[in-house]
Design a binder for this molecule. Sequence first.
Ligand SMILES: *Cc1c(COP(=O)(O)O)cnc(C)c1O
Length: 396
Amino acid sequence: MAITPLMPVYPRSPVRPVRGEGVYLYGEQGEQYLDFASGIAVNLLGHGHPHLTKAIQEQAATLIHVSNLYGSPQGEAFAQRLVDLTFADTVFFTNSGAEAVECAIKTARRYHHAKGQPEKHTLITFSNAFHGRTMATISATNQEKLRDGFAPLLPGFKVVEFDNLEAAKAAMDEHTAGFLVEPIQGEGGIRPASQAFIKGLRELCDENDLMLVFDEVQCGVARTGKLYAYEHYGVEPDILASAKGIGGGFPMGACLATEKAAAGMVIGTHGSTYGGNPLAMAAGQAVFDIVADDAFLDNVTRMGERLRGALEQMIPNDDHLFEGVRGLGLMLGIKMKTDSRAFVTYLREHGLLTVAAGDNVLRVLPPLVIEEAHVTEFVEKLSEAARQYEMPQAAA
Ligand SMILES: *Cc1c(COP(=O)(O)O)cnc(C)c1O
């Protein structure tokens, strides 16, 4: 048998972390890595954060799981917190980002169904989007590498160019249920949508009674210096998918909606065995205890500016490799002139963890608790690696 016990769907790197501490990961032989990937925007509080660890330990010893058939004081409390802090009136808890997006898609369809217009079932989505790996969420993107071999895909999605309001408008017809968009594309290459685009989508939704659905699985939960990225745009969605950082590493997600948008989500329409169980709620609460705080958010903004400034200073020295920096807060991308995947691999070998993204972008997604010393260490190691990387490039 040649197949590995772990289904071989990931090109796993030789980095094999067994322990984490703050902003660092440690491999089997004790090798140290500066973790500016955060499990892809998940470990907001770094590794082994005492508040999160304690909350999970205490909840695990008290009550890990009960069915959603019972009352949930834990779920009610965390949902209330999200409602108080955001545009939303109601929350459905999931175990992952794709499930949060699934719930968002179902909520949007049910909205029109409940209004007696079940023909309004199609969400307009955008090029290079990433919404997850379930059948519905791969149907919602045009990325061939996610879809190849999985036909037939689900109907009910129409993909147009990202950040192109005219294209979005032109795609509308009598079947349109709304728009599903990442305000800042993550996997697609750290691409913030323009203000005019997001505002324009909101207006189209208001004029035509459509659902504006934001996928903030990557950009949400304090990553950009706001609790959710929509706050930067001054535009509220009807439905929002959240996950990744929301549990600080505990697998969970949430679908947030206004009362109006959730009109069709009545008893029996949706469910999840694990979703919102007491252990997940304890993790989510512990993360929010720390990140839902103006001083914390301001620090994310400040660290983001430091990091961005340092990267922008570095880039002219290595302009054979780097083109520029984009993103918001601590969701940054360095656009490269060369294959970003190969460079990310090279950085790993030098003790630096980052993530590749589409469009030859190197994603920089550190834990939100980084300090200036980590920014300095990162930029020093990155520019040192860039100088050494010059040689194979020049020889080529
Ligand atoms: C990661 C991601 C998802 C999928 O989340 P999973 O937890 O892997 O299912 C969906 N949308 C966006 C924007 C993401 O970055």
